[in-house]
Design a protein around this ligand. Sequence first.
Ligand code: PBE
Length: 269
Amino acid sequence: KATTNVSEELEYTITGIEPGAGQTETTNKTISEYESLAGWEQKTSSSGAMLTQLGDAINNEEPIIVAAWSPHYMFAKWDLKYLEDPKGIFGEEEYITTIARKGLKDDMPKAYTILDRFHWELSEMESALLKAQEMNFDFEAVAQEWVDENQKTIAEWTEGVDSADGTSLKLVTTPWDTEQFSANVAKIVLEQQGFDVELTSVDPAIMFESIASGEADASLSPWMPATHGAFYEEYEGQFEDLGANVTGARIGLAVPSYMDIDSIEDLKP
Ligand code: PBE
């Protein structure tokens, strides 16, 4: 394989996302652990900028290597492949978990019960993310539509829980599509149950910090075990983990399928 050329053409650069993303750290770790990536760099900016560059590269059939994750519409929109990661730095499968501040179970058992029940099938989340593309990424609207169409599931989530009569609840979410969807669904469902929900988008570090300090009540955003594992360990014991709300997620480095490489080890220092 003419891999030297590809690495040269890529200018030894991985197109990353936000500096504060868990994946940015994981990609840096990957760069330091693979000999094939010695001297490589990750250029961070934002998920939006990465997607624009990915789209431009594909339009011109140029090489590009990006920090990618799924579920995400990028895999439906373009023909992409994850590069094999023989060292397993990105792990195999990620799940998205729900965390709550210590004490929530005792002071707000109704909220805790509903939060504990939230979960989505991977396929449901994928179709919501595709729909978001058509709805200008208005996740309040995407979530409302999902709620309207899934009243049966919501009845299960709220079964036997009385109205909360205006109790306020603070949810924190990270800014990515998956979490914007789940957090907005959670907000609507909890508001239907009488909670007054304040939803704030923050970086992963602040998400963990605010739950650990008790400033926020809960989040449906942590990706585990690889993506946010370092934050999770840092704050372990200072929050409660209510378990996965989605399974079958994944993170890694991805390239357009027309590129003639399959593994991180096919790259050259
Ligand atoms: N992500 C999507 C995030 C979490 C959700 C993988 C880009 C990250 O922190 O890396």
